[in-house]
Design a protein around this ligand. Structure first.
Ligand SMILES: [Zn+2]
Length: 324
């Protein structure tokens, strides 16, 4: 009985080890095809005010659908990032985080993200600009990436590109590209794939944020080191972009414009001095009081002028505080 139990345990243990190995292999394979990560992202707890620029109503709807998916990921992971239309920004909001969408032909890519204001201390994005280019063409064969002969598929691609570009503001970076080209990326594995064929007819891009993407967002927001093999030259400046700080004179300076930043005593001459302004603070004090009293004659002998009865009269007491 006893030995049979032990034998059974050993068998179960072996099964668990085999299953674990299989799981690790599957995980490693999917990881190698998933998005990479970078340090630039909205800081936790940021309210991001977005504007839809010159997008038409259909395009605006696709972007809002993509934002909704990212909002759900933020909510599920407790990131506290809130996407709000810029029209809802309260007047007087200090240093708001903004996300601007536009259609532009500046870059020959279906989508492009530039962070134009980034806090250097923690790489938090404060302003990001996402542009779509619906006339972009594939580099190799010159075919249009958006094929408007199939409007539904073109619209679906616009949505997937929005998911991809917003992902760049959440710390995700491109998925690795095999030497054989984009079309050999893991189909539908990550929204950070590239486009395969007009309107992504090759099915590279999923229409939802995948589990491996969510896992990578979780990693980057929990402080794990980024896995991106490059510095995202197309996203953070260099060839296509500009100075990561743009024209923000406060970029990278969390104390900008605040003369008291980091100084809890700013402007308070008594800061940290509980005796400030009280010369007796910390001393033992007592009141020293006295009064002057003197005798006056109450009843006098009218014949001899002799005083028959004396009484005491006192002045009011006088006090002085002494400390030592
Ligand atoms: Zn990208």
């Amino acid at each position: 009985m006893f030995s049979r139990t032990r034998g059974f345990r050993a068998y179960v243990g072996l099964q668990i080890i085999i299953l674990s190995l299989a799981a690790v292999c599957a995980f490693a394979q999917s990881q190698s095809q998933c998005s990479t990560t970078t340090t630039q992202r909205w800081a936790k707890g940021t309210t991001v005010y977005y504007s839809l620029g010159n997008l038409d109503p259909t395009q605006s709807q696709q972007v809002q659908n993509a934002i909704k998916q990212w909002q759900d990921v933020s909510d599920a992971q407790g990131l506290g990032i809130t996407f709000q239309p810029s029209s809802t920004m309260p007047a007087g909001t200090q240093n708001p985080a903004t996300l601007n969408f536009t259609n532009s032909t500046q870059y020959n890519a279906p989508g492009h993200m530039d962070p134009s204001r980034v806090r250097l201390s923690d790489q938090a994005i404060f302003t990001a600009n996402i542009s779509f280019n619906t006339s972009a063409r594939f580099g190799q064969d010159g075919r249009a990436i958006f094929d408007n002969n199939d409007p539904a598929a073109a619209t679906a691609l616009y949505f997937k590109i929005a998911l991809h570009e917003i992902a760049h503001t959440m710390g995700l970076d491109e998925a690795p590209v095999p030497q054989t080209g984009y079309c050999d990326q893991g189909k539908g594995v990550t929204i950070m794939n590239g486009v395969c064929g007009p309107n992504d007819s090759g099915g590279n891009l999923p229409d939802h944020i995948t589990d491996c993407d969510k896992s990578n967002v979780k990693d980057i927001y929990s402080g794990k080191p980024p896995t991106s093999p490059n510095a995202r030259p197309h996203d953070i400046g260099g060839a296509d972009g500009g100075d990561a700080c743009g024209s923000d004179p406060c970029c990278g300076d969390p104390c900008c414009g605040d003369p008291c930043c980091g100084d809890p005593c700013c402007g308070d001459p008594c800061c940290g001095d509980p005796c400030c302004g009280d010369p007796n603070c910390g001393l033992h004090c007592y009141d020293d009081c006295w009064q002057d009293c003197y005798e006056t004659c109450g009843v006098e002998d009218v014949e001899t002028g002799e005083c028959l009865y004396w009484e005491w009269t006192c002045d009011p007491p006088v006090c002085q505080t002494n400390c030592y």
